[in-house]
Design a protein around this ligand. Structure first.
Ligand code: GAR
Length: 216
């Protein structure tokens, strides 16, 4: 079966991009990366893409007068790349209805919390501050509000007493790298349906989509 061609949108380090690159190296993995696009020319993730011989593009949001102009440029680049799915991986720009309408249900994001709790930035600081015992990460279909939309997979990790934002972030990131390739696989295998804004994964048991890692 033909592989699903995906674009990965980044703004920085690109460790989730790397997890997807690594997954795509497996001949049996049902997706391939056709484009890595960044709104930041200096994003370290672009180098990861170049090393893997993946086409890259930079579209700086500051080069446009308004969000619509920026999003039109993104839409044009994605259209030319001929991809079928857009994966946000640390892409730190909000995408509006204007961008999302033509890509309805075909944009996914990873966020380092158990959404809908702790959307936005400075997540790990806020989790520790709240006294929550569990944190984690979420892959979801993107809707216009920040870090919102139907949830595909989540993984939970404990918050240890004495955790710093950095130690918690590292524990969560390990799970991000695990669940993002899983979510993309479900989509590429056409196993994902959205019914009344809930995700149903055909052939997956509930634990497949809710990975608890109490020992990590
Ligand atoms: C990841 O932790 C990702 O979950 C987060 O940015 C980081 C990017 O790291 N995304 C968000 O906060 C989205 N709201 P990476 O560049 O190494 O993948």
């Amino acid at each position: 079966m033909a592989k699903l061609k995906i674009a990965v949108l980044i703004s920085g380090r690109g460790s989730n991009l790397q997890a997807l690159i690594d997954a795509c190296r497996d001949a049996d993995y049902p997706a391939e990366i056709g484009l890595v696009l960044s709104n930041v020319g200096a994003a370290a993730g672009l180098e990861r893409a170049r090393e893997a011989d993946i086409p890259t593009a930079v579209i700086g949001h500051k080069d446009f007068e308004d969000r619509k102009g920026f999003e039109d440029a993104l839409l044009g680049e994605l259209g030319r790349a001929g991809v079928g799915l857009v994966c946000l991986a640390g892409f730190m720009r909000l995408l509006s209805e204007h961008f999302l309408r033509p890509w309805h249900n075909r944009v996914v994001n990873i966020h380092p919390s158990l959404l809908p709790s702790f959307e936005g930035v400075h997540v790990h600081e806020r989790v520790i501050e709240s006294g929550a015992r569990l944190s984690g990460c979420t892959v979801h279909i993107v809707r216009p509000a920040m870090d919102s939309g139907p949830i595909i997979i989540q993984a939970a990790v404990p918050v240890h007493p004495g955790d710093s934002p950095e130690t918690l972030a590292a524990r969560v990131l390990e799970q991000e790298h695990r669940i993002y390739p899983m979510a993309v696989r479900y989509i590429a295998e056409s196993r994902l349906r959205i019914v009344a804004e809930r995700v149903i994964i055909d052939g997956a048991s509930a634990p497949d989509a809710a990975l608890c890692n109490p020992s990590s």
